[in-house]
Design a protein around this ligand. Structure first.
Ligand SMILES: Cc1cc2nc3c(=O)[nH]c(=O)nc-3n(C[C@H](O)[C@H](O)[C@H](O)COP(=O)(O)OP(=O)(O)OC[C@H]3O[C@@H](n4cnc5c(N)ncnc54)[C@H](O)[C@@H]3O)c2cc1C
Length: 237
């Protein structure tokens, strides 16, 4: 259950969002999606930074010193520890990571990290060599939920191509939120990837009996701490 305030914030912050049917012809502009997902955005944000952007660093410790901030980071490629000193540091880590990484973390950060649960998710990407059989009725959608399923359905990564009917190969991303319970996270880690592949194919088999035959490649991603779960007393922005 999400508060009404959080619901309004979620939709109001999406520029251009309007109720379906209010402004016919503009609905396609309300969806921001690319075949490569948020990677499209990330690549364009990173491009102007050039070599100033240092990736593949795992930050181990951030400490406020008398004359600035010290950041200790593990360079994954070079396999060595490096130390940076700077005037200021913006910490944009998930709260449960920040509380461990920031030396002498303030009380408010520790409190948020303790109180903020995270749901584990599994995402199964199914590469299709040809479009699925399209039954008469509603046109294929970007976001699709199977009636009665406990999973979150799938999105079609090729939907932004804006073809009324899918014509060629595409990728379907199937989502399953497993909840915030430790047992769910433990099962996510323990069960083999084939378990999640089969779960996705079985979940989508009813609306798409031809899915298995069309699937040429499957990629399973486990997210142990995928999504912050809204709880009273914590502001999720
Ligand atoms: C499968 C999935 C689907 C989602 N779909 C949607 C959607 O459709 N719409 C939507 O609005 N939201 C969606 N979300 C939620 C959205 O992705 C998150 O709310 C958002 O990314 C949170 O942003 P953030 O900057 O707080 O954290 P993150 O995006 O998690 O960024 C934190 C970054 O810190 C890095 N990091 C962590 N530890 C360290 C360390 N020690 N050193 C260095 N770097 C570190 C991580 O690699 C990561 O890049 C989805 C989330 C998931 C998992």
């Amino acid at each position: 259950m999400v508060s009404a305030w959080a619901g309004v914030h979620y939709f109001a912050s999406r520029h251009g969002f309007h109720a379906p049917g209010d402004e016919p012809g503009e609905e396609a502009d309300g969806v921001l999606t690319w075949p490569e997902g948020n990677g499209w955005l990330a690549q364009r944000l990173a491009a102007p930074l050039g070599e100033r952007l240092l990736g593949a660093r795992v930050v181990l410790r951030i400490a406020q010193e008398r004359h600035g901030v010290t950041v200790d980071a593990w360079d994954v490629h070079a396999q060595r520890l490096e130390r940076w000193t700077c005037a200021h540091c913006i910490v944009a880590l998930p709260s449960f990571v920040a509380a461990r990484v920031v030396a002498n973390a303030p009380d408010w950060l520790r409190a948020v990290a303790r109180a903020q649960p995270h749901a584990s998710w599994v995402v199964v990407n199914l590469a299709l060599d040809a479009p699925l059989h399209d039954r008469p009725g509603a046109a294929p959608s970007w976001d699709n939920v199977v009636y009665g399923s406990t999973a979150l359905g799938y999105v079609d990564a090729g939907h932004q191509r804006l073809q009324p009917v899918p014509l060629g190969p595409t990728v379907l991303s199937w989502y399953h939120a497993l909840g915030a319970q430790p047992a769910a996270r433990e099962a996510l880690l323990r069960l083999p990837w084939t378990h999640w592949r089969d779960a996705a194919l079985a979940d989508l088999a009813e609306p798409h009996p031809d899915l298995s035959a069309r699937t040429s490649r499957v990629a399973v991603t486990r997210h142990g701490h995928a999504m912050a779960v809204p709880v009273p007393g914590i502001l999720n922005l």
